[in-house]
Design a protein around this ligand. Structure first.
Ligand code: ZN
Length: 84
């Protein structure tokens, strides 16, 4: 599980050098597990969103390919029925 970190500690722990805008932070203050201070906690990081979208596009591609294959199988079955 991901730890609760403020932007500063998040950057230090995950080796991120991006600007503040790349991180989505909580609206309320939380205890940072890095420095132990009460700060806004990083909820989401652009890098992780990127990884998810790559995974999603792979799943989308796979499901389209599967649907296409299924369609061809069905077409062949229909053709066989009509050929008789
Ligand atoms: Zn911190």
């Amino acid at each position: 599980m991901r730890k609760d970190y403020c932007v500063k500690c998040w950057k230090e722990n995950y080796g991120r050098t991006e600007q503040r805008k790349h991180f989505i932070c909580s609206n309320t203050l939380g205890i940072c597990e890095g420095c132990g201070k009460k700060k806004r906690i990083v909820l989401q990081d652009d890098a992780y969103i990127g990884e998810y979208s790559i995974l999603e596009s792979h799943i989308a591609f796979l499901s389209i390919w599967l649907l296409k294959e299924l369609f061809y199988v069905m077409v062949r079955m229909i053709q066989r029925i009509f050929d008789k």
